[in-house]
Design a protein around this ligand. Structure first.
Ligand code: SAJ
Length: 430
């Protein structure tokens, strides 16, 4: 296989479509390994930043990026035709949900059309975007085959789920095992050989659909287990038990248990979304994925429960929510990240504003944001408590001074156990 020789000699040119938190680390890793890499993105600002050696992805250092831009190994462009030079094309575009909770394949289809325009014999095409089982074979393959090439023979095709965990200090591109499934043996062989140039461990599976399902199991596992502990939190609240104490004691079990923690809801661009790609596809097989739907409704109800706890707290001071000043501490979707996507803080803020509360927030990672009727700026932590009736810890960033909060705020609702069990009449927890 000509392509194998090119891969093993690092002569193969890699094309990456989508230079976000998945595509950019991949592109820079392969460029640093010595492969010529063409990165294609529709966002001209992103391309300009990259060509200036400035990384907008925290996990990719500008120093490493500048190095491969300077030595010519990495080139970013908005011109999809540049992909014609690529022997391997890796598609790393977003797969969001529509409002109707149906998969939105717009970006994947646009990327596949760009590949089809430059498809030639001997190329390896890999889809990495998280999607429902069947996408590679049912959506990608036919568009490429329509160019008159025989899939698996004239060109190779595989799926390999992205497992990027933004900000994870221990696991980055090289040391996260890479699952890959090709449409036939040669496709799998080519994809394995490609990833083995950079990744420590590559895990071949028998088809793209298996690889697609692997990713959905991984993230559905999280969504369902988070739903389980959120339901347990509601139960413990009703029974007067401390769910945090229960979980901390349960996690002493050295086998067969993995701690998950209650929270204000499910945020991010993966966990709240990926499982609905699976339940959507299951319905086409007349199968109702009940755990996914149930976890979705339990997790989706958490913002409302948080608002109820805020009402409880204000009530303890004979204050109504309407007209009270409520301050959200941490708005990003999870600790120590700057990403607001699907953050439960947004829904809590909307619910509060809708009920007449005067809302504000502190989050050093988020300078300002607009969302629905909200248009807010970050308030510095040192003065955040001034004139506030109730503080609410939604995202437990490590940088916060929790001890000071306990003194400063007249009331505190803690949705993350950030106050580590400190109790008192002014502290309300999930
Ligand atoms: N959350 C809880 N309780 C938990 C864990 C998470 O409420 O016990 C909430 C978080 O606050 C957040 C949401 O769920 O709002 C998602 O959190 P996450 O820890 O799953 O973080 P993500 O969304 O960054 O998930 C990514 C995923 N990585 C990929 O999809 C490649 C996931 O597979 C990783 O397992 C996860 O990071 C991780 O372990 O950090």
């Amino acid at each position: 296989m000509e392509l194998l020789k090119k891969i093993e000699s690092k002569q193969a040119t890699l094309g990456v479509i989508g230079l976000g938190y998945v595509g950019l680390p991949l592109a820079v890793e392969f460029a640093r390994a010595g492969f010529p890499v063409v990165g294609y993105d529709v966002d001209a600002h992103k391309v300009a930043e990259l060509m200036a050696g400035r990384s907008y992805i925290p996990d990719v250092s500008s120093e490493h990026l500048a190095e491969v831009v300077k030595n010519g190994k990495f080139k970013a462009t908005t011109d999809a035709k540049a992909l014609a030079a690529a022997d391997i094309i890796d598609i790393c575009v977003p797969t969001p949900l529509r409002k109707t909770k149906d998969p939105d394949m717009t970006y994947v289809v646009q990327a596949v059309d760009a590949v089809a325009a430059v498809l030639r014999k001997g190329q390896l095409i890999i889809l990495e975007s998280t999607t429902y089982p069947g996408t590679t074979v049912e959506v990608v393959q036919p568009v490429l085959a329509a160019k008159g090439f025989t899939p698996g023979v004239d060109f190779y095709l595989a799926f390999s789920p992205e497992r990027v965990d933004p900000g994870n200090p221990h696991y980055q591109t090289k040391n996260i095992p890479k699952v890959v499934g090709g449409i036939n043996e040669d496709s799998t062989k080519a994809a394995v050989a490609f990833y083995e140039q950079v990744m420590d461990k590559v895990v071949p599976v028998s088809s793209p659909s298996v690889a697609e399902m692997v990713k959905l199991l991984e993230n559905t596992f999280r969504a369902v287990n988070i739903g389980l502990v959120n339901e347990l939190a509601l139960m413990c609240h009703r029974m007067g038990l401390d769910v945090w104490e229960v979980i901390d004691a349960a996690k002493t079990k050295p086998f067969g248990f993995m701690p998950f923690y209650p929270g204000p809801g499910l945020g991010g661009h993966c966990i709240p979304i990926d499982p609905f790609y699976l339940s959507w596809k299951a319905r086409q097989y007349n199968f109702e994925a009940r755990f996914i739907e149930l976890a979705g409704s339990v997790n989706g109800a958490m913002p409302e429960f948080v608002v109820q706890r805020i009402i409880d707290a204000l009530n303890s001071k004979k204050k109504s929510l309407n007209g009270s000043r409520v301050h959200i501490i941490g708005v990003a979707y999870k600790r120590d990240v700057n990403d607001l996507r699907e953050s439960p803080a947004l829904e809590v803020l909307e619910l509060l504003a809708h009920r007449g509360a005067i809302v504000s927030y502190t989050d050093p990672y988020v300078a300002a944001f607009k969302h629905a009727s909200l248009d807010l700026q970050h308030v510095d932590e040192a003065i955040a408590h001034k004139g506030i009736d109730c503080g609410v810890i939604i995202t437990d960033h490590k940088v916060f001074d929790y001890a000071a909060m306990i003194d400063r705020f007249p009331l505190l609702v803690d949705t993350r156990n950030a106050l580590k069990g400190v109790t008192g009449p002014k502290i309300f927890r999930l």
